[in-house]
Design a protein around this ligand. Structure first.
Ligand SMILES: Nc1ncnc2c1ncn2[C@@H]1O[C@H](COP(=O)(O)OP(=O)(O)OP(=O)(O)O)[C@@H](O)[C@H]1O
Ligand SMILES: [Mg+2]
Length: 256
């Protein structure tokens, strides 16, 4: 693929849960190095779309490419065929994912949590992985917590460890699903600051969040989803301040 390839390209993505079409022919293009914030009401399909990008959800129709590579499937004549679990796991190394619940390993130290995947996947020696983990922990302001266990950290600190962990495999794209919504309000700022620092470093980020202020300040593009569709998207100054669609206006009037 040329270097102009989109970092993430979603084409015609549709997904049903039973009779409910939760993704309805979604098209999304994310440029390399851009920060894309996805907003929308509960049940809009935001998490499903994010999970489809790294094939945690299988699409019923459509396709996803990350840096030009088809995700989760390969072309087999005119059909798409599911890749092996092993191949899917290899692809996921290129795509970091930060969840609402941090999901750290409680029995491993902070440093071990961050260093685990690069060692387990054979991408780094133990020494290299620990060095990189320390750098990442310093980047999220937690170098002094390297030897602590997750249970000894605040929620905001745990989420910053989860962010460092998501970066350990040097992914080209990092996806965040409501990274601050499980946190006490006074801890939200430190996590958003860590994400903002990443954005400045040129990593491609796709972030589902209800933090509209953060979206306004950090996003290159804001995508508004409702009922499985992308209703409106554009620069934050347009979508958030001059929304064209009545559904966007209605949603923003409730959350702003
Ligand atoms: N595993 C599942 N089985 C059945 N229905 C599901 C499943 N996962 C999600 N859904 C439904 O799909 C729709 C979209 O869910 P999704 O989690 O993507 O929404 P969301 O926009 O992330 O909402 P929220 O803001 O509440 O997180 C919802 O109606 C949800 O109930
Ligand atoms: Mg969700």
């Amino acid at each position: 693929m040329s270097t102009l390839a989109a970092a993430v390209e979603v084409r015609g993505a549709s997904k049903w849960f039973g009779a409910h079409k939760v993704l309805d022919e979604v098209d999304l293009t994310v440029c390399p190095g851009h920060v894309t914030v996805i907003i929308g009401p509960s049940g809009a399909g935001k998490s499903t779309l994010l999970r489809a990008i790294n094939h945690l959800e299988k699409l019923d129709a459509g396709r996803v490419t990350v840096n030009g590579v088809l995700i989760g499937v390969r072309e087999h004549g005119t059909r798409l065929k599911e890749l092996s679990e092993r191949a899917i796991l290899a692809q996921r190394a290129e795509i970091g994912f930060v969840f609402q619940a941090f999901n750290l390993f409680p029995h491993l130290t902070v440093l071990e949590n961050v260093a685990a995947a690069p060692v387990a996947t054979g991408r780094a020696t133990k020494t290299e992985a620990r060095e990189r983990a320390l750098e990442l922990l310093a980047q999220v302001g937690l170098a002094e917590k390297a030897e602590a266990y997750p249970g000894q950290l605040s929620g905001g600190q745990q989420q910053r460890v989860a962010i460092a962990r998501a970066l350990a495999l040097r992914p080209g794209v990092v996806l965040f699903d409501e990274p601050t919504s499980a946190l006490d309000p006074e801890l939200v700022g430190e996590v958003l600051a860590a994400i903002r620092a990443l954005a400045g470093g040129g990593t491609t980020l796709v972030i589902v969040t209800h933090e509209i202020g953060f979206a306004r300040e950090a996003a290159d593009r804001v995508v508004f989803m409702d009922a499985g569709r992308i209703v409106e998207e554009g620069p934050p100054g347009e979508v958030l301040d001059r929304p064209r669609h009545p559904r966007t206006r209605e949603f923003l009037s409730k959350v702003l």
